[in-house]
Write a protein that binds this ligand. Structure first.
Ligand code: ADP
Length: 402
């Protein structure tokens, strides 16, 4: 019997690199073997790895020993190979935030692809460079190792042109100022899960609410994106942990012209100081806000709920009605109270939650009589990346299975 193949999945953020290792099983099914992360880059690096038996590594590393994300990936790969007794993953799948206007599917990385992805840096200046640096470093040392870029935007490509345009002059659309949409790997995973959970609804009119520290909604029909709440960047749409969501652009003009903020200050405000954190003045974490008796905490949650419901109304219009509403990600999967409050706003189009099922975080949380189905479905973006990576790998002649 040949040795089990493994796929390494990497999600590189600003000061942390998360990674997961999947074993390839029969019929190319994937089983999660390891979950790990390198935090505190560069000043207080910390490596943790957990496998099915529990914690394998929990290690503080010397300051400066992991100076950047490529070094973090090198560290992770080294430990993964050790854990595999010398075997190496057959490919690496990367989460890349921006695939620009063209990429509607994952892609095998080469020089040309890297150059193209580099051109999208201005579209996601805070995220894209972090995603690309580890890919480039591996490519430079080990060009024979297949690396696959999986995009947060890809799932939304191919939807109607109406959805991709702001009401801006055409020249800005042409140079890439478009409504892209994000969280696509999560939505794609949920679309697949819905086909297993509720096949009678999966191809109909769905709204999926990805409510995590970043949050957005996606309207789908036939398991494809029709519309979403996020636009040009991950700032748009509904309020998030620390981002405001939809904002009158006049507010940005006011901050610059009247308050004298520069670009960096506006950026910091919009990415780090708004949303639930800014509204409450307490925390960006919904758990903390729900536990607090401070009226600012409950008001912050109510605004989050209200704006999510408004967006659901807009997406329902895009779909011409609604057959099912799905909650996912940290808040969506774990906060019955938030789902109840969103559910109340959605009662007008026939959503009836079953309180006991909702409190239990059950998979189907609508009453049997509810005209609109409601579900809680845990997302798994890393598994989605792993699957894409293996699919792309199998399409390469040298790796095809005979
Ligand atoms: P991300 O992957 O974008 O960092 P997650 O999807 O893990 O985010 O969601 C994180 C958020 O989920 C936390 O900020 C917290 O507000 C919320 N959350 C997690 N668990 C719970 C819970 N048990 N109750 C309420 N909210 C929760």
């Amino acid at each position: 019997m040949s040795m089990t193949e493994t796929i390494l999945v990497v999600n590189a953020g600003s000061s942390s690199l998360k990674f997961e290792l999947f074993r390839v099983g029969s019929q190319d099914s994937l089983a999660r073997a390891i979950k790990g992360r390198v935090d505190g880059i560069p000043n207080r690096p910390h490596l943790s790895i957990r496998d099915a038996s529990g914690v394998v590594v929990d290690e503080h590393l010397a300051a400066g020993s992991v100076p950047d994300l490529p070094a973090a990936l090198a560290l992770a790969r080294g430990r993964v190979v050790e854990w595999l007794d010398g075997a190496a993953p057959v490919a690496i799948g990367h989460r890349v935030v921006h695939g620009g206007p063209d990429y509607s599917a994952p892609v095998l990385v080469d020089d040309i692809v890297l150059a193209k992805l580099q051109r999208y840096v201005p579209l996601a200046p805070l995220h894209q460079p972090n995603n690309l640096a580890p890919i480039r470093a591996v490519w430079a040392h080990d060009p024979a190792l297949p690396q696959v870029a999986c995009f947060d935007t890809a799932f939304h490509r191919g939807r109607s042109e109406l959805a991709d345009r702001f009401a801006l002059p055409e020249r800005l659309y042409e140079e890439g100022v478009r409504r892209y949409g994000f969280h696509g790997l999560s939505y794609e995973y949920i679309a697949g899960r819905m086909a297993e959970i509720a096949p009678e609804l999966a191809d109909r009119r769905l709204i999926v609410a990805h409510l995590g520290s970043g949050a957005s909604l996606c309207a789908m029909r036939e398991r494809r994106s029709v519309e979403s709440s996020m636009g040009f960047t991950a700032l748009d749409g509904i309020p998030m942990g620390t981002r405001p969501g939809q904002l009158d652009p006049g507010v940005v003009l006011y901050l610059i012209a009247e308050k004298g903020l520069d670009v960096g200050e506006v950026q910091r405000l919009l990415y780090q100081e708004c949303g639930l954190k800014g509204l409450s003045g307490i925390s960006n974490d919904v758990r903390e806000l729900l536990a607090s008796s401070d009226p600012r905490a409950s008001r912050a949650i109510e605004i989050f709920v209200y704006r999510t419901a408004l967006m659901a109304g807009a997406l329902t219009a895009a779909l011409g009605g609604l057959d099912a509403f799905v909650f996912t990600a940290g808040i969506g999967e774990n906060a019955p109270e938030v789902r109840t409050r969103i559910g109340r706003y959605l009662a007008w189009f026939g959503l009836e939650l079953d309180p006991a099922a909702n409190d239990a975080n059950a998979t189907r949380i609508s009453r049997p009589s509810s005209p609109v189905g409601c579900f809680v479905v845990p997302t798994d973006e890393e598994l989605m990346i792993g699957r894409h990576t293996l699919e792309v790998l199998r399409r390469q002649p040298a790796h095809a299975r005979g």
